[in-house]
Design a protein around this ligand. Structure first.
Ligand code: MCA
Ligand code: AMP
Length: 498
């Protein structure tokens, strides 16, 4: 397979050439050209070349981008870790993915779950000004087979701990090239975003995307509308974000003419990871004259559909299938295709194509269950199709999956964490609509001692410390019993707070 990053290969071949001098990555006041990225990532790739699998302490920094590029050059699968993950989540991911070493920025303190691993510092400064001094990695990235695993990204299911989706090199190349076609995305584009770097959206689309095109990315470190204004006013051409970020932009716009002006200049504003409400689409369009376009993807499938840059933007839809992606809607039985393009008939979205993952690590049962017998991946997303093929997502099959701030969160893992609190006898978790987060996590608790129930903050801290802060309940209701059916199963639909 050819190199994932032709511009980097070019910079390696000619360290003084034009390609090498082009800007690649910028995080705050720290940046790397393609030449500097090569000089930093190639020695690191040589260092990790023999490793089986490597964990990356995926802070929103230059170091994470360099580490992932190094792993991809070396052909060693990288497991990006959320640096805010709690002990039990990290423990699970490390035990399941069994990395041989962990890459982290120098000076970052790693939690106990990682201290047994060999640590390699990602020292961007050390190799920055010079050409690559270490030998090239034993295997050059262009010699690697398309099926070589590139990343293992952990993603929540309805029950149990997160599963590691194994993403091969061909899926990354395919999805990024399909997006280039749909968005007319070139090396002249400068992307701005403030997404986390341990998920597909921020890492594959937001970092590897610009690098594959030979363009550049400016990462905000953390999302703030002021950073969006600054970057789009000074040369950035594209913005990627989750709906919560666009909601915050829509809220800010009435009092911030500079933000409106900056957004109006952008070539492309893209939202994904969850549905962007039509109201936010409208507010942004009215204030800026620009329409946000949506694309639809999943950790397991990378990107499936998008509104095209040369197509008609339509709020409430995720556009049309990307080149190479097979997409069908199926009836309740999961195999009979829905033929209608009537904007009304609902079916489950199933997809197939070279954009798909290979398997869930160590979970052949879950991998098999995710596909139909004839090889379609069941997304669990419910949709209709307009007469011209535009897909509208209308819901989700599983009520036990919550999308909050663009993060997918399984109710089951939060329930299990809550049950580990001594003050909790029974627990159920649901999602409810939230203007900012899309959905917020709600916990329904039967306390062990009704006279002294654990507080909302205590339970939020408990879940944040064990799993991750974005999985913490925002609201807690206290009940005497949970509603159960004759089989003893909790009836979540009966959980209402009024
Ligand atoms: C508050 N905090 C706490 C606690 N309470 N920390 C520990 N314990 C507590 N009890 C901290 C948080 O860590 C955070 O810290 C700060 O308080 C605010 O937290 P919160 O309100 O939760 O978040 P936010 O900062 O308002 O986040 C909104 C966000 C975020 C920025 C939109 O949700 C986000 O980055 N979402 C992106 C999700 C994403 O990338 N999804 C892609 C997966 P601090 O301020 O220090 O951080 S989906 C995907 O990849 C597919 C393929 C797709 O289609 O894209
Ligand atoms: P994740 O597993 O975290 O990769 O999240 C994937 C899920 O995010 C999909 O199955 C959809 O439910 C949801 N999703 C992603 N993009 C969109 C979008 N543009 N509109 C609605 N839902 C989306």
């Amino acid at each position: 397979m050819s190199s994932l990053f032709p511009a980097l290969t070019e910079a390696l071949a000619d360290p003084d050439g034009t390609a090498a001098r082009r800007s690649a990555l910028r995080f705050g006041d720290r940046s790397l050209t393609y030449g500097e990225l090569a000089a930093t990532a190639v020695p690191l790739a040589a260092r990790v070349g023999e490793a089986g699998r490597i964990a990356v302490w995926a802070t929103p920094t230059l170091e994470t981008a360099v580490a992932v590029v190094a792993a991809l050059l070396a052909g060693v699968p990288a497991v990006p870790l959320n640096p805010k993950s709690g002990g039990s989540e990290l423990g699970h991911i490390v035990a399941d993915s069994a990395p041989t070493l962990v890459l982290a920025p120098p000076g970052d303190q790693l939690p106990p779950a990682l201290t047994a691993l060999e640590r390699v510092d990602i020292d961007v400064r050390a190799s920055r000004p010079t050409a690559p001094s270490a030998p090239y990695p034993p295997v050059l990235d262009r010699d690697l087979a398309p099926e070589t695993p590139a990343l293992v990204v952990y993603t929540s299911g309805t029950t149990g701990p997160p599963k590691g989706a194994v993403i091969p090199r061909r899926a990354i190349a395919t999805t990024l090239d399909a997006l280039a076609d749909a968005w007319q995305w070139t090396g002249d584009d400068v992307l701005v975003h403030g997404l986390p770097l341990f998920h597909v959206h921020g890492l594959i689309l937001g970092i590897l995307g610009p690098l594959r095109r030979g363009g550049s990315v400016r990462h905000l470190g953390r999302f703030e509308t002021a950073g969006v204004t600054r970057e789009l006013s000074t040369g950035a051409t594209m913005l990627f974000g989750v709906p919560t970020m666009y909601h915050r932009i829509a809220e800010t716009l009435p009092d911030d003419p500079a933000l409106a002006k900056a957004l109006a200049k952008a070539r492309l504003l893209v939202s994904g990871s969850a549905a962007l409400p039509v109201h936010d689409h409208q507010r942004i369009a009215e204030a800026t004259g620009r329409r946000v376009i949506e694309r639809y993807g999943m950790t397991e499938t990378l990107m499936n559909t998008s509104v095209r840059a040369d197509g008609e933007p339509r709020a409430g839809t995720v556009g049309v299938p990307l080149p190479g992606v097979g997409l069908r809607l199926t009836e309740e039985d999961g195999t009979t295709a829905v033929e209608a393009y009537d904007g009304e008939t609902v079916g489950e979205i199933q997809v197939r194509g070279p954009n798909l993952f290979t398997e869930y690590l160590n979970r052949p049962d879950a991998t098999a269950a995710a596909f139909t017998e004839d090889g379609w991946f069941r997304t669990g997303d419910m949709a209709v199709r307009d007469p011209d093929g535009y897909v509208r997502i209308v819901g989700r099959k599983a009520t036990d999956l919550i999308k909050s701030g663009g993060y997918k969160i399984g109710a089951g893992e939060i329930e299990n964490a809550l049950l580990e609190h001594p003050g909790v006898r029974e627990a159920a978790v649901t999602g409810e609509p939230d203007a900012d987060l899309g959905e917020r996590i709600v916990a329904w608790i039967v306390p062990a001692d009704p006279e002294a129930p654990p507080s909302t903050d205590e339970l939020a801290d408990h879940v944040a410390g064990r799993l991750a802060p974005h999985k913490r309940p925002r609201v807690v209701h206290y009940l005497d019993t949970l509603p159960r059916n004759d089989m003893g199963k909790i009836m979540k639909r009966a959980l209402t707070h009024d």
